[in-house]
Design a binder for this molecule. Structure first.
Ligand SMILES: O=C(O)CCC(=O)C(=O)O
Ligand SMILES: [Fe+2]
Length: 484
C-alpha cells in the first residue's frame, strides 16, 4: 500500500509541473498583450495623422475578425492536460470517503472516551501530552460539518467556534488558499448560524449573520436568514394581549358586510413618481384616512395571477401561528390557510410585483425594506381571526409599516378582509390590492389597523401579502404630527 506521505509528495510534484505550464501560458498571454498594444498604438497614430487607408482598415478588421477567436480558443485550451490526467489517476490511490468519515468518527470516539476537549485536540494536547501536530481552520470546519450532518449539534458548535476563531487570525493569502479548498466564509456563516439556531441560540446566530453581511461576497440568502430570525424574535415576543375578544362582534358584523361603506371619501387616479404612471395611473378608492386604508384596482393582470398561483402551489403548506404557552409554531384554528413565502431573487414576476408595490405605495420595496411575497390560500371556512400585522418591538430594521394585500381571486361568498375597529369591510376583487398602514406617525403599532380575514363561505380565496418595513423609508415618508 502506498503511504500517505508518498502520496503527498507525488501530489506536490504534479502541482509543480502544473504551475510551470501555467506560467508558460501566462507568458504567452503577456507577449500577446504587448504585441496587440504596439499594433493598436501604430493604428491610432496613423488615424491621427489622417492615414486611415485600406491597409490599416484591413489590418484592424483582420485582427478583430480572426485574432479574437484565436484568443478565445487559446483561453479555453486546457493547461497541462497530462498533469491533470495523472492527478486524476491518483484518485484511485487516495483515501476514499469511508476512510475519511471513519477518521472523522474516531475523533468523536476519542473525545468521548478520554474526555478530551475539542480545543485541546485541535492544538495537539492529548491527555496532558503535547504533540507536535494541530488542526487548522479547515480541519475544524470539516469536523463541524460532519457533526452537523449527523445532528450532533452541541459538538458541532464547539468545532464551528474553533474554526471561526482560527479564521480570525488568518492572513489574506491564507484566506485565499482556504477559500480555494472550500472554506467559503459566507457558506461557513450560514452553517454556523444554522447550528446555533438548532441549539436555540438565536442572538448568537443573528450576530454571526450580521457579521457575515459585511463580507465582500455575501448574498441575499444571508440577509433573508437574518430576517427570518428577526421575524421569530418579534413573533415570540408579541404580547399575548394584543388582540382581545371584545371586538369580535364587530368582526362578525363586518364579515357579513353589515356596515355601510365609508362616506365622504374619494376615488382618484394615482400618478405616483414613475413617469409610466402618467399613462397608466392606479385607480384608487380611499377607504379610511387614519390609519390609511385604500383599495387599488386592476393592479395584477390575469396571466400574472395564474403564474403566481402556479409557481406557489407546489410549495404551499399549512400556515402556522406561534403558541406562547408551548413556545412552538403550530397549526391553529385562528389561522386556517395554506401559505408560502416566495424566494424572490431572480424571479422576474416576483420582482415585478415588488416594483408594483413600490409604485403603489411610493415606498422602497427592496430585499432589505420588505419581506418576500407571501402567497396565501384559504379553502372553505378558511380564515385569519383579528390580528395586527405589526410586531410592536423596537427592532433595528423596523416594523411592518404597510401591508400590500393583493387579491388573486374573487370569492363567491365570504372571505372579506375587515377592520373591526374601523367597521370597514373589503370584499375580494380579483386583480385588486388593499394597502393599509400598520404604524402610526411615531412608527408605533396602530391598534386601529387590526384586521381579519373572514371565513370563506363559498369558493376559494387566494391572496398575496407584501409587508414593507419602515426601516429605510425616511426619505419617502413625510414627518407627520404624532397622534396623542
Ligand atoms: O387574507 C386576508 O384577507 C388578510 C390576510 C392577513 O391579514 C395576513 O395574512 O396578515
Ligand atoms: Fe394581516
Amino acid at each position: 500500500m502506498i503511504s500517505l506521505q508518498d502520496l503527498k509528495h507525488s501530489l506536490i510534484s504534479e502541482l509543480e509541473l502544473y504551475a510551470t505550464e501555467l506560467k508558460g501560458k501566462l507568458q504567452s498571454v503577456k507577449k500577446g498583450i504587448s504585441h496587440l498594444e504596439t499594433q493598436i498604438r501604430r493604428l491610432e497614430d496613423n488615424i491621427l495623422g489622417q492615414e486611415y487607408n485600406q491597409i490599416n482598415y484591413f489590418s484592424s478588421l483582420r485582427r478583430l475578425h480572426s485574432d479574437w477567436p484565436k484568443w478565445l480558443q487559446f483561453m479555453r485550451q486546457n493547461v497541462a492536460k497530462e498533469t491533470q490526467d495523472r492527478v486524476q489517476e491518483m484518485r484511485h490511490k487516495l483515501p476514499i470517503e469511508d476512510d475519511y468519515y471513519g477518521a472523522l468518527n474516531s475523533i468523536y470516539v476519542l473525545l468521548d472516551v478520554y474526555l478530551i476537549t475539542p480545543q485541546d485536540f485541535a492544538k495537539g494536547l492529548l491527555n496532558g501530552k503535547q504533540y507536535n501536530s494541530s488542526l487548522d481552520a479547515l480541519d475544524c470546519y470539516a469536523v463541524a460539518q460532519f457533526a452537523l450532518r449527523n445532528e450532533y449539534y452541541k459538538e458541532a458548535l464547539e468545532w464551528f467556534y474553533l474554526s471561526w476563531n482560527y479564521q480570525q487570525n488568518l492572513k489574506e493569502s491564507q484566506h485565499k488558499y482556504f477559500l480555494l479548498m472550500g472554506l467559503d466564509p459566507v457558506r461557513f456563516s450560514k452553517l454556523y448560524s444554522r447550528n446555533l439556531l438548532k441549539e436555540n441560540k438565536k442572538v448568537e446566530a443573528w450576530k454571526v449573520l450580521k457579521e457575515a453581511l459585511l463580507l465582500p461576497h455575501h448574498d441575499i440568502i444571508l440577509f433573508r436568514k437574518l430576517r427570518e430570525i428577526e421575524r421569530n424574535f418579534y413573533v415570540h415576543s408579541k404580547p399575548e394581549t394584543s388582540v382581545t375578544r371584545e371586538y369580535w362582534t364587530d368582526h362578525r358584523e363586518c364579515c357579513r358586510g353589515e356596515y355601510k361603506p365609508p362616506k365622504g371619501l374619494s376615488c382618484y387616479y394615482e400618478y405616483g413618481a414613475d413617469p409610466f404612471l402618467r399613462i397608466a395611473p392606479f385607480k384608487v378608492e380611499l377607504l379610511n384616512r387614519s390609519p390609511y386604508v385604500a383599495a387599488y384596482y386592476d393592479v395584477l393582470n390575469d396571466s400574472e395571477i395564474e403564474e403566481l398561483k402556479l409557481m406557489s402551489s407546489p410549495q404551499i403548506r399549512r400556515s402556522l401561528l406561534y403558541n406562547h404557552t408551548l413556545d412552538i409554531d403550530q397549526a391553529d384554528v385562528d389561522r386556517t390557510s395554506n401559505s408560502v413565502f416566495m424566494e424572490e431573487t431572480g424571479i422576474t414576476l416576483l420582482e415585478t410585483i415588488s416594483q408594483r408595490a413600490a409604485d403603489m405605495t411610493d415606498l422602497y420595496v427592496t430585499a432589505i425594506s420588505s419581506e418576500d411575497l407571501q402567497v396565501i390560500n384559504y379553502g372553505l371556512g378558511g380564515q385569519y381571526t383579528p390580528h395586527c400585522d405589526y410586531f410592536d418591538e423596537n427592532a433595528e430594521n423596523g416594523d411592518r409599516l404597510a401591508t400590500v394585500l393583493f387579491y388573486l381571486t374573487d370569492v363567491q361568498q365570504g372571505g372579506a378582509t375587515v377592520f373591526p375597529f374601523l367597521r370597514l369591510s373589503y370584499f375580494p376583487k380579483k386583480g385588486s390590492a388593499l394597502i393599509f398602514r400598520n404604524l402610526d406617525n411615531a412608527m408605533s403599532g396602530d391598534k386601529d389597523s387590526t384586521h381579519s380575514a373572514c371565513p370563506v363561505l363559498f369558493g376559494n380565496k387566494w391572496v398575496a401579502t407584501k409587508w414593507i418595513y419602515h426601516f429605510d423609508q425616511m426619505t419617502r415618508w413625510p414627518c407627520l404630527s404624532i397622534k396623542k
